[in-house]
Write a new protein. Structure first.
Length: 331
């Protein structure tokens, strides 16, 4: 028996409206939000500016103890226009909510960095426009790989760097255009460029990327492994064949260490999933053990004090979220 029925007036109650974009971008509105936002909220703002779009599942895995807790907080941030959201259409089931940066979040981010909002090069229409982008699935897939690494980070070992495709393009785009850059620090430190492959590019175009990575290594003096994620075992076999041909044709193949993986090898924990170095004589290795496959590589410096900035000079955010803000008991 229902003992607490919902009254009719509650079904027709007033729904709070989100502030207008112009009002949400003002200093007065930013001042109102100052006491409402936690360190974790501000971290999420930085992450959405860096990586463009994150799903409910990814945000929950990285920074919240449960999806319910994440949804409640994300709803508040949405109502305050700190973040915006959309839900893509899928042919079966339902897609998770996708979140992007909104005008109030962009204004707060700019002011935290001592900038005017217009200096951030942010446009709400452009931020939300990724909902219609043909690269949406690719971006979400790349972010899903790294969000899993964040979720499995611990105080003793974890992801220390995660640079977006946009940041990589501004740093290296005249030579190579990786989908992302990452660094993991534990007993060993490994850094890599990620090529997230959905099987939409011709194999020869994938192989054509290797000379660019070789030139990048020769130009910067830093040799970073390139990891290729594939959707199927068949695609991995096909791509490994053309990569091997292109790799042996390089002037100095040692400048481009390579490893591949396919989705059937992915368990949800990227730290234990096994990658296959290009040399067929080598066995598959977890991400943290890949440096042993390339003994000629010098040790990676685990500290990057001068991490490059993009756009308006913003540094890359820490991939690890801050601890939740403790609740103070009411007096």
């Amino acid at each position: 028996m229902i003992t607490n029925p919902t009254p009719q007036r509650a079904l027709r109650g007033h729904q709070p409206r989100r502030p207008h974009a112009t009002a949400a971008a003002t200093s007065a509105y930013a001042a109102q939000l100052t006491t409402r936002l936690t360190d974790r909220d501000r971290w999420l703002v930085h992450m959405l500016h860096e990586h463009r779009v994150l799903t409910t599942h990814q945000i929950t895995a990285m920074a919240w103890p449960s999806e319910r807790a994440a949804n409640l907080r994300l709803l508040r941030l949405y109502r305050w226009r700190v973040i915006d959201r959309f839900q893509p259409f899928v042919t079966s089931g339902s897609a998770p909510m996708h979140y992007v940066l909104d005008v109030a979040g962009a204004a707060l981010l700019a002011r935290e960095q001592g900038l005017e909002p217009r200096e951030l090069d942010y446009q709400h229409d452009r931020a939300l426009g990724i909902a219609h982008s043909l690269h949406l699935a690719h971006t979400v897939g790349t972010n899903g790989f790294f969000s899993s690494l964040v979720a499995h980070s611990r105080p003793s070992c974890g992801l220390t760097a995660w640079w977006s495709e946009t940041r990589c393009a501004r740093l290296f785009g005249d030579i190579a255009r990786p989908d992302a850059y990452g660094s993991w620090q534990g007993d060993t430190t490994v850094e890599w460029f990620l090529e997230f492959d959905f099987g939409t590019e011709r194999p020869d175009r994938v192989a054509a990327k290797l000379p660019r990575y070789a030139r990048l290594a020769a130009t910067t003096g830093i040799t970073s492994p390139v990891l290729f994620w594939m959707p199927t075992p068949q695609r991995e076999t096909q791509i490994r064949h053309v990569l091997a041909q292109a790799w042996t044709g390089l002037d100095d193949p040692g400048l481009v260490p390579l490893a591949t993986i396919n989705s059937s090898r992915c368990s949800g924990d990227p730290t234990i999933d096994t990658w296959h170095p290009l040399d067929p004589a080598l066995k598959r290795l977890p991400l943290t053990e890949l440096p042993y496959a390339w003994p000629h590589l010098p040790p990676v410096n685990p500290v990057r004090p001068n991490a490059p900035h993009t756009g308006a000079g913003l540094p890359p955010p820490s991939p690890i979220p801050p601890s939740p803000t403790p609740r103070h008991p009411r007096k």
